[in-house]
Design a protein around this ligand. Structure first.
Ligand SMILES: Nc1nc2c(c(=O)[nH]1)N[C@H]1C(S)=C(S)[C@@H](COP(=O)(O)OP(=O)(O)OC[C@H]3O[C@@H](n4cnc5c(=O)[nH]c(N)nc54)[C@H](O)[C@@H]3O)O[C@H]1N2
Ligand SMILES: Nc1nc2c(c(=O)[nH]1)N[C@H]1C(S)=C(S)[C@@H](COP(=O)(O)OP(=O)(O)OC[C@H]3O[C@@H](n4cnc5c(=O)[nH]c(N)nc54)[C@H](O)[C@@H]3O)O[C@H]1N2
Ligand code: SF4
Ligand SMILES: [Mo]
Length: 700
């Protein structure tokens, strides 16, 4: 293809909810058009590599189905019948509805609802300023990170770890519960470098032979929710064989003797029976960890999406302490770097006007909340008005039957600000068209690395699309609230935040450098000056009730959590009526529910399907391509069967979060997932579902 002569390369950052937060080089063909996107090679983490779905982002930016003008609903809820209106009318109607709702039920009846469709701090979190200024109900954001972060911080006292670029300097990379080839490609870039340059080995711990496991030297397919058993047996072997670093343990951990005694009975034989691995596999894994100083544990989210997920994450991180891996370059356990950025969010989020007595509603419990569950509503008023940005709850949230029932309520007013007609937008009373990341300014920080990045507006916003910040500012005017943050542009917000967060050069410096490397020094990152707890010691015996301080204290069955790392039997175990365990991990061509609209994703992901072991299928008399019903007490979903021998018998997998409309009967996969809060601070057990599977008639 011929490139226009005046094509330029614009610099940006990937806005998506992905730990990689890649630095991007964007072909800007003219002021409205982009070409290919590439990974920036001068960013040490991105290292020139990005995923295919963002490389072909032009198909999403220039998609014919993008929402281009505000609309109001003209038919029944969910009918998809809308008529165009002006921005002024749309904003007036939202403000009127919010004021009417507040007059009737009090301010807490309004629930601004958002997540991480963009990870840009201005466009994602600015909705909090409106919320705080108006004392609308708070959102307790549990859906993704709570189980994982809680488990990690329980041990280390801090959400940070060794520089993730050190993976390239490791001799043994343990990729645990994260399908990095699919979900955060750069981990594989650095692991592959370690393999090539140092002969490093790669182990992958997962529940199926996914794209990442295909590249492993040591593939470990375990039963879902049994990671802590594996971790305990590994630590048992380390103590048993003199591979535990006792001097390190004495200095840097809280209860090594107690742990050792506790692990006496957690033998490889014990763990083999629970995990389904062989004793030899467990011994080999433990020996490699114990004899390789530079062992880098890259702990992902996947294995924490079970009801025992926080305990499992803590157990896996504990191995690095028993082995003393933290001490070495290329060693330690990394999950996320959230704690290294000390960004002052006061102006973006309006933290100065936050009233902590306002109720916090659990994002993941939106189904029970919208259907009037008094407990989920914290005894307060019903939710009767919502503004939704950056998230698609009518696809991604658990207990979809309740979510859909809630959104169908006639007395619920919903405004959705979106880029596409998602399942959620279809349920709205007012739909507002949103810009995409290349059409507005924002700032990003990497969870899986250590950079702050700038993503400037590179092309004009199409049609009548507007950025999220515009909606916050315009609604604030109409709702009669003031805050200096409503008088600033996105760029001014970025500049203010940087200057109040130890970056005196502000936005001009970030703009010039493109990204700021915030990596702490080696001693800090490797906890050689002590872990994040007051006594500087890693906690094998965490005080689970003190890991985080949300408004409402611990939740779920937290009282039964094991005192020391252990297999905790709170998962939704298979039973006679539900002989299978269903996990619902991401698909390669989608990012959560995003990209479902692009032609490539549609073509490559095919019809929604269920992976099942051929022997299980044979026992049920099911053949490849059969239509099956998958069900449990929460509902029934129809899927197309795919035979796959890369998983254990009794385990079934559905990849990706497809729109409900891509299922023959409109019932998406999250119909089968529970919304009960996992211990100790909530979170969804997306991969922890018992189900039955049976033959079904295909629906047209
Ligand atoms: N292509 C693509 N990339 C994505 C996303 C996407 O949807 N698609 N989503 C983005 C988001 S929001 C997030 S949070 C990250 C999440 O990315 P990850 O950290 O990779 O977490 P998950 O995707 O939940 O699951 C990863 C793996 O965990 C496995 N798993 C499930 N249960 C268990 C278990 O009990 N034990 C073990 N050991 N493994 C288990 C799954 O089979 C899966 O292979 O990815 C981001 N990147
Ligand atoms: N079954 C199952 N369900 C899951 C998961 C799973 O593994 N399995 N994973 C869960 C996880 S980890 C997560 S994080 C959630 C994620 O759930 P969501 O946050 O809902 O997922 P996304 O698809 O990333 O983003 C949602 C929407 O944000 C919109 N958006 C993007 N940028 C902007 C913007 O600038 N402005 C506005 N107004 N909108 C924008 C996109 O168009 C998209 O429709 O899903 C969860 N659901
Ligand atoms: S790997 Fe993740 S951060 Fe990088 S371009 Fe793809 S979605 Fe964006
Ligand atoms: Mo997530």
């Amino acid at each position: 293809m011929n490139r226009p002569v005046n094509m330029r390369i614009g610099h940006s950052a990937c806005p998506h909810d992905c730990p990689s937060t890649c630095a991007l080089d964007v072909e800007v063909l003219d002021e409205r058009t982009i070409g290919r996107i590439r990974g920036a090679s001068d960013n040490a983490y991105t290292a020139g590599v990005i995923c295919a779905k963002v490389a072909r982002y032009a198909e999403r930016v220039h998609h014919p189905d993008r929402l281009m003008q505000p609309m109001r609903r003209t038919g029944p809820k969910g009918s998809g019948q809308f008529a165009p209106i002006s921005w002024d009318e749309a904003l007036d109607r939202i403000a009127e509805a919010f004021i009417a709702a507040e007059t009737r039920h009090g301010a807490e009846t309004v629930w601004p609802y958002f997540y991480a469709g963009t990870m840009g701090l201005v466009q994602r979190d600015g909705i909090e300023r409106l919320r705080h200024a108006k004392r609308y109900s708070g959102e307790f954001g549990t859906i993704c990170t709570n189980l994982a972060w809680t488990g990690y911080i329980a041990g280390t006292g801090r959400l940070a770890g060794p520089d993730p670029r050190e993976i390239a300097k490791s001799d043994f990379v343990v990729i645990w519960g994260t399908n990095v080839v699919v979900t955060q490609v750069n981990v594989m870039t650095h692991a592959a470098r370690a393999r090539k340059e140092r002969g490093a080995k790669i182990a992958v711990v997962d529940i199926y032979r996914n794209a990442t496991m295909d590249q492993a030297d040591l593939p470990l397919i375990i039963r879902p929710g049994t990671d802590a058993a594996l971790a305990c047996a590994v630590m048992h072997v380390l103590f048993r064989d003199g591979l535990a670093d006792r001097a390190y343990l004495a200095r840097y951990s809280d209860a090594p003797e107690e742990l050792e005694a506790h692990l006496q009975s957690r033998t490889p034989e014990w763990a083999a029976a629970i995990t389904g691995l062989t004793v030899a596999e467990i011994e080999e894994f433990a020996r490699l960890i114990g004899t390789t100083k530079r062992t880098f544990f890259r702990l992902g989210y996947g294995f924490s999406r079970s009801r025992n997920g926080a305990v499992a994450m803590h157990a896996a991180a504990s191995i690095a302490t028993v082995a003393g891996s933290w001490q070495y370059e290329g060693g330690g356990a990394f999950h996320n770097n959230g704690a290294i950025y000390k960004l002052n969010k006061k102006m973006i989020e309006g933290l100065d006007v936050r009233d902590r007595s306002v109720r916090m509603l659990d994002q993941s419990r939106i189904g029970p909340i919208l259907t009037g569950d008094a407990d989920a509503l914290k005894g307060g008023p019903p939710v009767t008005a919502m503004l939704i940005q950056n998230t698609n709850p009518v696809t991604v949230c658990p207990e979809q039957a309740l979510v859909r029932q809630g959104f169908a309520r006639e007395d619920l007013f919903v405004a959705v600000h979106e880029q596409f007609m998602t399942d959620t937008a279809r349920m709205a009373d007012i739909v507002l068209p949103a810009t995409q990341f290349l059409e507005h300014d924002d700032i990003y920080k990497g969870g899986g690395h250590q950079y702050i990045l700038f993503g400037p507006k590179l092309i004009e916003a199409p049609g009548e699309t507007r950025e999220n910040h515009f909606v916050h500012v315009e609604l604030a005017k109409r709702l009669g609230v003031t805050h200096p943050g409503f008088d600033m542009t996105a760029r001014e917000h970025i500049d203010w935040m940087l200057r109040h967060s130890g970056f005196p050069g502000g936005l001009p410096e970030l703009e010039e450098k493109r990204f700021l490397d915030c990596q702490p020094d080696f001693e800090t990152a490797h906890y050689l000056r002590g872990f994040g707890h007051p006594d500087g010691k890693f906690r094998f015996k965490p005080t689970w009730t003190k890991v985080m301080a949300p408004n409402d204290g611990p939740m779920g069955p937290w009282r039964d959590m094991p005192k020391l790392p252990d297999q905790w039997d709170v998962i939704e175990a298979a039973d006679e009526a539900h002989p299978f365990r269903l996990a619902t991990p991401p698909a390669r061509n989608l990012l959560n529910s995003t990209f479902t609209e692009t032609p490539t994703a549609g073509a490559r992901e095919g019809v929604p399907s269920l992976l099942m072991h051929p022997e299980d299928a044979a026992r049920l008399g099911l053949a490849e391509g059969a239509t099956v019903e998958v069900g449990n007490g929460r509902g029934v979903v129809r899927l197309t069967l795919k035979l796959f021998d890369g998983l254990r018998r009794g385990v079934v997998i559905h990849e990706g979060i497809r729109s409900n409309t891509s299922f023959a009967d409109g019932q998406g996969i999250n119909t089968l997932v529970g919304s009960d809060p996992a211990a100790p601070y909530g979170g969804v057990a997306f991969h922890d579902n018992k189900v039955w599977v049976r033959d079904a008639e295909p629906l047209q």
